[in-house]
Design a binder for this molecule. Structure first.
Ligand code: HAM
Length: 418
């Protein structure tokens, strides 16, 4: 048997209602905060991700699915959506219509990471991105919207991790201080961090290897290096979050795995999922539109990891199943034409209808109605058709009533929706 590829998964019907519920909750909330939907391709030129996420990140170094197009160009399955949204903002000149754009998009991302619980090679995100607003209040508003989103889903036990990564004016001095500390402790770093040490020293800060953790314990904090503008921005984000009663923790080790961030960086973490505890992450990326050849525009956004959120919601929750409202137990080929027409008409009326077209007896049909969890069974045999009325059986109370065939669909509908 051909099996699915490691790191990929099927989302089965008992899970899809939860996915839909999450997506609908997000869309309704985001729309009330002024967001509009954008839908983008899942492949882009490899260069887009190399330039935006950064050559020296884990994602670009080893996790991208890249292949050659027919002309030898390198094409990549998107590992994230932000770069594509920025590409579109520039290419479609959305900024010319209005530099302020609030966009959301939902869909699959691809990263060749080592699969484990909560970490897949195809996973799904809901992204929200805001262009053209430099004010720190939008940072706080986005985090506040995210907080409301999780509250609406009834999720608790979350923490907001917050950091500022500075800007090109102040980050170099911090990087230098960090690099010189790392250089003096190279012997204690893991092989990955020895490599990162020169190319991308910030990434060492979130390495989980215990010996690296020890080195990092003495690391300088970006907060001490922020320039006046970045420091003021960061203070306002914090006071605005406090004003909204959003609890947050300052986390100087939060660096995020993508290079485009400036200033505010944040993650929403849960206690409930083990190692893969980030269910949303984001931050400001004020340099990215210009870096990718567009006009300089400040921007900020986040992505929610849907797979992890679904896992969190499904834990311990009773599963709501889409069981049929009515099961038509039709016996005998002579009834087929009528029952077929009723099943189509009831379905069109929004009544969840099941029908069995095989030639089974009443006992087998009732067994099947039970198995699919039907609320009512409509019993139709040749005798019922001759007598001009069918039986409608309430599967819970076992009560049965007769419904005349004349005007049946309307009457069943009225009965079931009362
Ligand atoms: P990210 O932190 O790489 O950020 O991903 C965001 C979320 O996607 C994570 O917090 C996690 O829930 C989920 N996620 C990431 N990788 C996996 C995986 N392999 N399996 C399952 N879930 C995963 C970004 O992608 C940025 N583009 C976010 C952003 C938007 N920043 C600004 N705008």
């Amino acid at each position: 048997m051909i099996q699915l590829i490691r790191g990929f998964k099927d989302i089965l019907p008992d899970e899809t209602p939860t996915w839909k519920h999450i997506e609908e909750t997000a869309v309704a909330l985001f729309q009330s905060f002024g967001f509009k939907e954008i839908r983008l391709p899942i492949v882009e030129k490899a260069e887009l991700f190399q330039r935006s996420i950064g050559e020296n990140t884990d994602i670009v170094e080893k996790e991208m699915y890249t292949f050659e197009g027919s002309k030898g160009e390198l094409i990549t399955l998107r590992p994230e959506a932000t770069a594509s949204v920025v590409r579109s903002y520039i290419q479609q000149k959305l900024y010319a219509k209005d530099p302020i754009q609030k966009l959301y998009t939902i869909g699959p991302m691809f990263r060749r990471e080592r699969p484990q619980k909560g970490r897949y090679r195809q996973f799904y995100q809901i992204n929200a991105e805001v262009f053209g607003i430099a004010s720190p209040y939008i940072d706080a508003q986005l985090i506040s919207m995210l907080w409301t989103f999780f509250a609406r889903l009834g999720i608790s036990g979350l923490s907001v991790q917050l950091n500022s990564l500075g800007c090109p004016a102040c980050r170099p001095a911090f990087k230098e201080a960090l690099s010189s500390l790392l250089a003096s402790k190279t012997g204690n770093l893991c092989a990955d961090c020895v490599r990162r040490q020169d190319k991308n020293p910030l990434r060492v800060l979130d390495c989980k290897v215990p010996s690296c953790q020890e080195v990092i314990g003495d690391a300088p904090s970006m907060a001490d290096y922020l320039c006046d503008d970045c420091a003021r921005h960061f203070r306002t984000v914090q006071s605005a979050l406090t004003a909204q009663n959003i609890p947050f923790e300052l986390n100087p080790r939060l660096v995020r795995g993508l290079d485009y961030y400036t200033r505010t960086a944040f993650e929403i973490q849960t206690e409930a999922l083990g190692a893969q505890n980030a269910i949303a992450g984001g931050g400001r990326y004020d340099m990215l539109t210009e870096m990718l050849g567009g006009p300089a525009q400040p921007a900020i956004g986040f992505a929610i990891g849907l797979d992890r959120l679904v896992a969190l919601l499904m834990e311990g929750l009773p599963q709501q199943e889409l069981t049929p409202d009515i099961f038509i137990a039709a016996m005998g080929e002579e009834t087929r034409e009528k029952t077929f027409a009723w099943s189509c008409a009831l379905g069109r009326e929004g009544i969840r209808t099941e029908i069995d077209f095989s030639d089974k007896g009443l006992k087998a049909l009732m067994k099947r109605a039970n198995r699919v969890g039907a609320a009512y069974v409509m019993i139709v045999g040749t005798q019922e058709v001759e007598e001009g009325a069918v039986l409608l059986r309430n599967m819970e109370t076992k009560e049965q009533i007769a419904i005349p065939i004349d005007g049946l669909v309307d009457q069943v509908k009225k009965y079931l929706t009362n």
